[in-house]
Write a protein that binds this ligand. Structure first.
Ligand code: ADP
Length: 496
């Protein structure tokens, strides 16, 4: 099967969060199953060209679309990590992908609708005929209406279009005129059964367009699929209920080759992620922690080390993260907070917090994206806090389990599907792999941190049960990729 992903991230060369991991993990797993997979990605100037193999020009001058005058794109192809890439480099006066970052620009919407159109233009001009075109979030979801309204009649042949929803909070709402910038006639799309926003009828909603026009929709965990039919759907829940027959949650996996403490080049002391070698793992984690403590100038200590690795945005529960920092330090723990800050108010709050702890040798704050520090943090920590208010899937809990770091999570979305509390009597003992709390409140988080301290210090049996259960589960993409493949076949077979 020929599968094309149109995406805005790909780990590790262009990653902000879990979306990048998903494209890498699913893409590689499908390729391993013998499928032909391609990822179309913007050629960001932040991409390290040294990581691209066989980089070559496919099309020197691809017009963005028929009536866009001078603006052209160079289309490149390359291989990365066993995946075939198509890179779109626009020669646009605004330097759309030369911004030194992936998201967070005022014209993000224009940048990514431009990319969506260029991706379809490329497929048309290159004569490619994908069996599946898999789109991701509002960022490339516009390809679904673009294909059905324009490119199909121009001769582009795609068997089925699928959109994967990674986060319902971001929907790509915009003024209709914005779509005119890529040669569309917005008036025909500003309709209730097309792209018209559910709350502001004078505006467009790109995610809604993807939902309406796609042949099938997936999201990244079964629990999140249920939750977004309600209030976590940010207004699009009723539309998802209407489209329930073409909507399914499939749990993400992680790339277990990349996230493997036995081969991880960022670690000082490598170790097996294997329940039969827990003692060895505990020793190796100590060695990693010793090394990391020196590197980030915190005191090496035997107290439990808590961590957070996240985008620091409201979704991730910043108030609770802050409480987690204060509470675990007060109880005598240590903390590493690795958080990419995107939102001004959250950033200000956390900068102030880091100032408060400026001279404290038990905590380290880092507010940039740092791949090496993320790996070292997973390998050194005892516990990771994930108090997200909503979490479509969440990967940090799965990575942590693989690195022998125990997750403490709010029981929501994908966290609910992957983490099972050590003290919950109704859960089989062999599944219990962390701490969960039902309500995202400070008291619930404190209660879980209390239990973590208690078991860490005085209940080795429970601690070992959690660690072993976490290590024995296979979090790889294999089974999720097979679910995607089965779905792709089903969708293609339908109404042919
Ligand atoms: P989301 O997609 O909402 O950001 P996920 O838990 O699905 O959250 O995925 C987060 C991914 O991004 C993980 O691979 C995590 O290690 C990584 N990550 C998040 N913040 C940082 C950071 N500041 N530095 C390095 N890696 C990070």
């Amino acid at each position: 099967m020929y599968i094309v992903h149109v995406a805005t991230e790909l780990a590790p060369i262009a990653k902000v969060g879990g979306l990048g991991d998903m494209i890498q993990g699913l893409g590689k797993a499908l390729a391993k199953e013998g499928e032909q997979v391609e990822v179309i990605l913007p050629f960001y100037n932040t991409i390290d060209k040294k990581k691209l193999k066989n980089l070559k020009v496919e099309i020197e001058k691809l017009p963005s679309f028929e009536n866009m005058g001078e603006c052209q794109n160079t289309i490149w192809s390359a291989d990365v990590d066993g995946l075939k890439l198509i890179l779109v480099e626009p020669h646009h006066e605004k330097g759309y992908f030369n911004r030194g970052k992936i998201y967070g620009e005022e014209d993000d919407l224009l940048r990514f609708i431009y990319f969506s159109r260029a991706a379809l233009e490329y497929l048309l001009k290159s004569g490619k005929e994908p069996d599946i075109l898999n789109l991701h979030d509002w960022l490339t979801g516009l390809c679904a209406p673009l294909y059905k309204e324009i490119y199909q009649s121009l001769g582009l042949k795609i068997k089925k279009v699928i959109t994967t929803i990674h986060n319902m909070q971001y929907q790509g709402q915009c003024a209709p005129e914005k779509l005119a910038a890529i040669g569309l006639h917005p008036e025909s799309l500003l309709k209730k059964d097309k792209l018209q926003d559910h709350k502001k009828p004078e505006r467009m909603n790109l995610l809604k367009g993807a939902i309406v026009y796609s042949d099938f929709l997936t999201t990244v965990s079964p629990s999140y699929a249920e939750e977004i039919k309600g209030e976590k759907g940010y207004g699009l829940g009723p539309l998802l209920i209407e489209n329930a027959s073409k909507f399914k949650g499939i749990l993400n996996g992680i790339d277990t080759e990349y996230w493997n403490p036995a081969t991880d080049l960022f670690l000082t002391e490598k170790y097996m992620s294997d329940p039969s070698y827990v003692e060895e793992m505990i020793e190796a984690k100590k060695a990693n922690r010793k090394h990391l403590s020196k590197l980030i100038h915190i005191e090496y200590d035997k107290a439990p080390l808590f961590s957070v690795v996240t985008r620091l945005v409201k979704q991730k529960g910043p108030e609770l993260i802050k409480h987690g920092v204060e509470y675990s330090l007060k109880k005598g723990g240590q903390f590493i907070l690795l958080g990419t800050s995107f939102e001004d108010d959250v950033r200000t709050e956390f900068f102030a917090l880091s100032e408060e702890y400026r001279d404290n040798p038990h905590i380290h704050f880092h507010f940039e994206y740092d791949e090496a520090l993320a790996h070292q943090t997973y390998a050194s920590s005892d516990f990771i806090l994930i108090p997200s208010l909503f979490e479509p899937c969440g990967l940090t809990q799965m990575i942590s389990l693989r690195y022998g770091t125990i997750p403490i999570v709010h029981k929501v979305g994908g966290l609910k599907d992957t983490i099972f509390d050590i003290d919950h009597e109704d859960i089989p003992v062999e599944k219990r792999n962390g701490y969960t709390f039902d309500f995202p409140s400070k008291d619930s988080l404190s209660w879980s941190i209390d239990r973590a301290f208690e078991h860490f210090k005085h209940d080795t049996k429970k601690k070992m049960t959690i660690l072993k259960n976490g290590l024995k589960h296979d979090w790889s993409w294999k089974s999720s990729a097979l679910s995607y493949l089965e779905l792709y076949h089903l969708v293609i077979a339908k109404s042919r």
